[in-house]
Ligand binder design. Structure first.
Ligand code: CO
Length: 318
């Protein structure tokens, strides 16, 4: 489909050569490039303020993954006429506070009538092109660090099915409303080879993308994978989102030992995340420095695997 669009041939579009870039990066001058991304979706929780915070943290996440500093944001809103406008006010207020926490400002937005509420943001930041981080650059020997647990897709599915309440998923809500800002600041303390954020394609999909973009393989240590409470039980009950099956179809061929991997583990690996953590590839000797920098900022960091020089573009789970 993308091939049918006109080709962009602009030397300032720095992400043209980066497969699966989290945001578009456009050079303005030698030391400064614009970084832009957009995301919006239907509510994944019932509380409007929680939804607003999650949507904003999620949209800003792509900027953090690329090492950018957020500057501005535009609200994108779909809202039914029949719903109480106060709900919209609460969504927007929480979103604005989250943008403020990121040190950025909302400069405008647009609302359309819609059958179902939708909210998200178009976000803009800046980065020094020399310090831009992307999916390209992971090297054999690197360790892989993930900064948030997994399982938000399964929890959101269980919430929608009224199997759990928002109180049951408080850890995941805290995770999803947390900006990747502190994790990105910690990244600046070390020599990062590659980074992406974990969202709709799940850990599996985003790890495969980084492996392909960097032309390396990855080994993921299943015992080290952090998962939010109750996720395994809910997945066993079949509360697995549709997006998880799309991810399996698309990315399981890139799991070299898929026959040996238990379905319970695939549920976690393929689970689409909302406002997930950063997946960071750093030289092994920098691991302690990054872990200390994360801890200093009260941010979690889980060493979940390593980069290898076998099976390029593919993942092995042990
Ligand atoms: Co992303």
């Amino acid at each position: 489909m993308l091939r049918q669009l006109p080709q962009v041939d602009d030397p300032n579009l720095l992400t043209a050569a980066i497969p699966f870039a989290d945001a578009g990066v456009y050079r303005l001058s030698d030391g400064c490039a614009l970084v832009q991304s957009v995301d919006f979706f239907t509510p994944i929780v019932d509380d409007p303020a929680t939804f607003g915070s999650i949507a904003a943290a999620n949209a800003l996440s792509d900027l953090y993954a690329m090492g950018a500093t957020p500057l501005t944001a535009l609200n994108l809103i779909g809202f039914p006429d029949c719903l109480d406008q106060q709900l919209l006010v609460e969504i927007l207020r929480a979103g604005a506070l989250k943008v403020q926490e990121a040190g950025a400002v909302i400069v405008g937005g647009h609302t359309v009538g819609d059958d179902e509420p939708k909210y998200g943001l178009a976000v803009t930041g800046i980065v020094d092109p020399a310090r831009m981080i992307s999916t390209v650059g992971a090297r054999p020997g690197d360790v892989l660090i993930l900064t948030k647990p997994l399982g938000t897709g399964i929890l959101a599915t269980a919430l929608k099915g009224e199997v759990i309440t928002e109180t049951d998923m408080v850890d995941a809500i805290t995770g999803m409303t947390t900006l990747n800002k502190a994790a990105a600041e910690a990244m600046r303390q070390v020599e990062v080879h590659a980074c992406t954020d974990i969202t709709g394609f799940g850990l599996l999909g985003h790890a495969v993308e980084m492996a392909e973009a960097s032309d390396v393989g990855m080994v993921i240590d299943s015992a080290a994978l952090p998962v939010y409470p109750q996720v395994a039980e809910l997945a066993a009950m079949g509360l697995v989102p549709v997006g998880s099956y799309r991810n399996r179809e698309h990315y399981l061929p890139n799991l070299v030992n898929r026959q040996e991997v238990a379905v319970e583990l695939i549920d976690i690996l393929a689970d689409p995340q909302t406002s997930g953590g950063l997946l960071i590839a750093i030289p092994a000797e920098q691991r302690k420095v990054l872990m200390a920098a994360l801890q200093e900022r009260q941010t979690a960091g889980y060493v979940i695997g390593q980069v290898v020089d076998e099976h390029a573009g593919k993942i092995r789970v042990e």
